[in-house]
Design a protein around this ligand. Structure first.
Ligand SMILES: Cc1ncc(COP(=O)(O)O)c(C=O)c1O
Length: 405
């Protein structure tokens, strides 16, 4: 089908949750290059929302997937699964965690983490169940995670929301401490708010949150669904902050496109789940864990993780040069290869569309921020090409008030 046929059929048969989508359907990819159904090529600075860290058709990843496909895809966690055990070991050996549980999506991992903390206090016969989260956060689309997500636009149509979530002002330790009460069980936050506009927190704030959790005997939980598995230049973004979480959730990049998510926890919290407390059909199956193992191997043994810092400096440097040149750019911010460019007054969707026309896929976050989350294998030449296209687009916007679409 060509793009017109796909769009027309989609309009008829798919839920309208994504509205008028960007007018392109990708048919294949190689490295950081995507090819659409019409044969046009694009350089990818979006990675399917920070998922495809190895880009497309990374040879060792492809080989691992093909080999697993020809052996076995799914059994059930009723049985032992070698890949599941090995991936859990990899994550434990490379993090703060003592144990791991696999699920399929970010929201599901976060739900499981909230259940874990409730179960921990239930077993101790303490009536602590409330989880404090931050305004402008994003934790997923299930009902409980909508309640956790501190953004009215996601919550409004879905009342009554599940109880047990309190949203507080981000960056304000006094507000956080004021919200801690006799029923508080944990704080759950992103150290860098991705969907909220690529907004990183200061070290002082994140360390302050950890200190408050310790002071009040509640859990410190970090949602690394978007920031985890190398995206920020460390395997986990919490490592930039000199803190030790009790629970971390992962998804997105862990499978490089194969759905897999994880809850990582340290003891005694990890053992709060006892047989029958939690489960999932698909989570941690042989295929998704083979993907996770191939991702970890590439990150740790192919030099991909160690290369992120230099690529990040290059991307940030180029975006900051553009910010100095174009007054319409308010700020460049972020960590590693998750960078945002906040724009003043210009509709971000228009810039995204103009860049797409020039052969670049970029994302947006919040109302006014361009989001750059390329595969972690992006090259300097590909970044140079983006800088030139973005420079041209920002010039068009500044002179005509709109990008030349
Ligand atoms: C920080 C964070 N948490 C949770 C989620 C939800 O993940 P999923 O869409 O896989 O349920 C997202 C998705 O963007 C996210 O960025």
């Amino acid at each position: 089908m060509d793009i017109k046929q796909i769009a027309a059929l989609d309009e008829q048969v798919y839920f309208h949750t994504f509205g008028a989508r960007q007018n392109v359907a990708f048919a294949s990819g190689s490295g950081c290059t995507l090819t659409d159904t019409e044969g046009k090529q694009y350089t990818d600075f979006f990675a399917g929302i920070a998922v495809n860290s190895l880009g497309y058709c990374y040879p060792a990843f492809q080989a691992a997937m093909h080999a697993q496909l020809d052996r076995i895809l799914h059994t059930s966690s009723v049985f032992y699964i070698e890949n599941q055990t090995l991936l859990a070991q990899q994550l434990v050996e490379n993090s703060f965690a003592d144990r791991v549980f696999f699920a399929s999506t970010g929201a599901e991992a976060n739900e499981g983490a909230v259940k874990l903390v409730r179960k921990f206090f239930y077993a101790r016969q303490e009536n602590r169940y409330e989880v404090i989260t931050l305004n402008n956060s994003f934790h997923g689309r299930t009902l409980a995670m909508v309640a956790a997500t501190g953004q009215e636009k996601y919550q409004k149509p879905y009342h009554p929301l599940p109880e047990g979530f309190v949203n507080v002002t981000p960056g304000d330790l006094s507000a956080l401490e004021a919200a801690i009460g006799e029923h508080t069980a944990a704080v759950l936050l992103e150290v860098l708010q991705g969907e909220g506009g690529v907004v990183p927190f200061s070290k002082a704030y994140i360390q302050g949150v950890e200190a408050l959790c310790r002071k009040h005997g509640i859990l410190f939980m970090v949602d690394e669904v978007q920031t985890g598995i190398g995206r920020t230049g460390k395997l986990f973004a919490y490592e930039h902050y000199g803190v030790t979480p009790d629970v971390v959730t992962l998804a997105k990049a862990l499978g490089n496109g194969i759905p897999i998510s994880a809850i990582l926890a340290r003891e005694p919290f990890a053992s709060a789940f006892t047989p029958g407390d939690h489960g999932t059909t698909f989570g941690g199956n042989p295929f998704s864990c083979a993907a996770g193992l191939a991702v970890m191997d590439a990150l740790l043994n192919d030099g991909i993780l160690s290369g992120v810092a230099a690529k990040s400096d290059y991307l940030r440097g180029g975006l900051e040069d553009l910010a100095r040149k174009h007054p319409v750019v308010k700020q460049v911010r972020g960590l590693g290869l998750l960078l945002g460019m906040e724009l003043d007054t210009v509709p971000v969707a228009q810039i995204v569309a103009a860049l797409q026309k020039k052969g670049f896929v970029v994302g947006s976050a919040a109302r006014n921020t361009l989001r750059f989350a390329p595969p972690l294998i992006i090259s300097s030449a590909e970044m140079d090409a983006l800088f030139a296209a973005l420079d041209e687009t920002l010039t068009e916007v500044s002179s005509h008030g709109s990008a030349d679409l």
